[in-house]
Design a protein around this ligand. Structure first.
Ligand SMILES: Cc1cc2nc3c(=O)[nH]c(=O)nc-3n(C[C@H](O)[C@H](O)[C@H](O)COP(=O)(O)OP(=O)(O)OC[C@H]3O[C@@H](n4cnc5c(N)ncnc54)[C@H](O)[C@@H]3O)c2cc1C
Length: 339
């Protein structure tokens, strides 16, 4: 099977073998056996954050297809919800909104599996999973045992965690969320979302409205998977937003976005940098291009290859570096290839 069939970019060559793990026991066993045999392994959830080489994967691909959502208890502090790694993320968000579990509604429409969300601390529209994750249960491939990490032990940061820092080590088995109870979503922290809902930043709206607003904002940017929309044949945002020193930030043009961080750094917008370095929406070769709706997504127009996609990524990264002296860093995981 080609990885193109397993990734949202629809790119990537063959794997030596593909194994579907539908139970936690099977998942752990498959990983253990491969590790003992010294067989390289690639875990795949929804394939929505993966760029795989045209030459494919020299090893075994394990698809994480475990299922199960268990509400442990109704505490006064909220619902403790334990979710198997293979559960589709957006299905969980839809369920949360229906059940009155608050705190992940702004993460509506993000593709992929729940087990992958702690890895890059998935975030959008003012929420990050680190705000609601209570713990992450993993199989530790180094120590060959199952471990549970409290959120405070996960090293969560912007699009980062210790799971991402040691990519060969952890198989996420399940994630436990602590979610407040109610019909109103969490206070809205993102200006565009607040505007769409007709409220001020910091105010709250019904979670069902937040979900709807986020889905429509995302759709307009090609950030909801749609087989008929090539703008969504992507890995989402290709580059992370850079964090700059105050001096670097001061050197940017006056109209560049600047968000002061508590550690003194300044976050700017990768999409703005790309756009203002001369790469407009749709820029590309025909086979691969920037999304026609959003400069931050690199897309396969149907006949592209990973080599072409990476060439486009390099062109954009180098152009931004020449113009602003800022080196963009890729967000998706690169397998068998590099930028
Ligand atoms: C249209 C679109 C929009 C997106 N929007 C956003 C967004 O708004 N915010 C955001 O943060 N991301 C976004 N993404 C990126 C992506 O959806 C998320 O990173 C998602 O969490 C990836 O999940 P996945 O199951 O598809 O992971 P995969 O792509 O299958 O895997 C990603 C990485 O995680 C590893 N992995 C997967 N499952 C496990 C597991 N159980 N244990 C250990 N390692 C594992 C893989 O080996 C790989 O290294 C978007 C992507 C697309 C295509």
């Amino acid at each position: 099977m080609n990885l193109a069939e397993l990734t949202t970019l629809r790119l990537g060559g063959p794997a030596r073998a593909v194994i579907d793990a539908t139970t936690e026991e099977h998942l752990v066993e498959v990983v253990r056996v491969a590790d003992e045999a010294g067989d390289p392994l690639l875990l795949v959830g929804g394939g929505s954050n993966l760029v795989v080489a045209d030459g494919g994967v020299d090893g075994t691909v394990v698809r994480v297809l475990t299922r199960g959502i268990a509400q442990d208890a109704d505490l006064c502090s909220g619902a403790m919800v334990t979710v198997a790694a293979g559960e589709p993320w957006d299905g969980l968000v839809a369920r949360a909104v229906a059940e009155g579990w608050v705190g992940i509604e702004a993460l509506s429409g993000i593709p992929g599996s729940t087990g992958a969300t702690p890895i890059q601390n998935v975030g959008a529209y003012g929420q990050e999973v680190s705000q609601t994750i209570a713990s992450v249960r993993t199989y530790d491939r180094y120590d060959r045992r199952i471990r549970t990490y409290a959120a405070s032990e996960c090293g969560f940061a912007y699009r980062h965690s210790w799971f991402k820092a040691e990519p060969q080590r952890h198989v996420v088995l399940s994630v436990t969320f602590q979610l407040a109870l109610g019909d109103l979503g969490a206070p809205v922290a993102y200006a565009e979302l607040a505007r769409t809902l007709g409220i001020a930043v910091g105010e709250r709206a019904p979670a069902v409205d937040v979900r709807e607003a986020v889905l429509s904002l995302r759709q307009a940017k090609g950030m909801v998977l749609d087989p008929s929309d090539h703008d969504s044949w992507s890995a989402g945002s290709f580059f992370t937003n850079p964090f700059l020193s105050p001096e670097q930030a001061a050197a940017l043009p006056a109209d560049a976005p600047r968000f002061d961080q508590s550690d003194g750094s300044v976050k700017t917008s990768a999409a703005w940098l790309i756009d203002h370095a001369g790469f407009a929406k749709g820029h590309g070769t025909g086979a691969v291009s920037l999304s026609t709706k959003h400069t931050l997504a690199l897309t396969n127009r149907g006949t592209g290859t990973t080599a072409e996609l990476l060439a486009l990524a390099r062109e954009v990264r180098d152009g931004v570096e020449r113009t602003y002296g800022i080196t963009l860093v890729n967000e998706p995981v690169l397998v068998g290839c590099e930028l």
